[in-house]
Design a binder for this molecule. Structure first.
Ligand code: MN
Length: 234
């Protein structure tokens, strides 16, 4: 049986940025579910839920979780006011994302956060974000991978070229997280949970680099870990 990997989605708004916004459409770049399928999992796209017991029930049926990219987390979440260039995700998404991520961490479900997803993990664990780093929007750059991390184990390399499609990044690191990759300018590019079996986040978009066999390893190795865990729990 292939593992079920949940993926949260983006929610388009009728009036972006307004408090009275009305969710209109779920969307997800196809690369996310393609990456999961190619790596041997069954992607399950997640509609937002409100009730904690429903989210727990959902997570009980999933073997792993991918927290997808998107616009910016509401800065109130980490005690800041909104920067001019902060482009908020819908409130519905923000609310669901936080409950989903927190519950997944509590249940120790394997989590891979991508872009907005790594930022979400960090904020849920008490960290902050840098709200605007326009200098970091460039096509590719080098990151250094820390030895002794899952990321190093997955990639088997000390250095990696990654894309950079983000204008926010991790500020203060959340509790129970360690940095697993850093850009040359000091920007945190990947983190891992120290008290969980498998919680990891990357700031770049590996799903948009699937032609690169090294980047594909992130999904195949994550799925291998998930499968190993499913086997153990049988
Ligand atoms: Mn970057």
């Amino acid at each position: 049986m292939k593992p079920f990997i949940g993926i949260n989605c983006d929610i388009s708004r009728e009036w972006p940025g307004h408090q009275e916004e009305k969710p209109r459409r779920l969307s997800l770049y196809c690369e996310y579910y393609e990456a999961v399928k190619t790596a041997g999992g069954i992607p399950i796209l997640l509609a937002p839920l409100e009730e904690a017991k429903d989210i727990e029930g959902l997570l009980n049926r999933l073997d792993g979780l991918i927290l997808s990219g998107g616009d910016d987390i509401w800065p109130e979440r980490y005690g800041q006011t909104r920067h001019d260039r902060t482009n908020l995700v819908s409130k519905v998404r923000d609310t669901f994302d936080f409950q989903l991520a927190r519950q997944a961490l509590d249940m120790d479900i394997p989590v891979l956060g991508i872009c907005h997803g790594i930022q979400l993990i960090n904020v849920v664990m008490g960290g902050t974000l840098i709200q605007d780093i326009p200098s970091h929007l460039k096509v590719t750059h080098k990151v250094t991978v820390e030895r002794g991390t899952h990321l190093h184990e997955f990639f088997k390399t000390d250095a990696l070229m990654v894309n950079s499609i983000h204008h926010q990044a991790i500020g203060r690191l959340g509790e129970g997280l360690k940095v697993s990759a850093t850009a040359e300018d000091g920007i945190v590019e990947a983190v891992e949970g120290t008290g969980h079996s498998l919680v990891m986040g990357v700031q770049w978009h590996p799903e948009r680099m699937l032609e690169d066999s090294t980047q594909r390893r992130l999904f195949t190795a994550f799925l291998e870990e998930v499968k190993g865990r499913v086997q153990k729990n049988l």
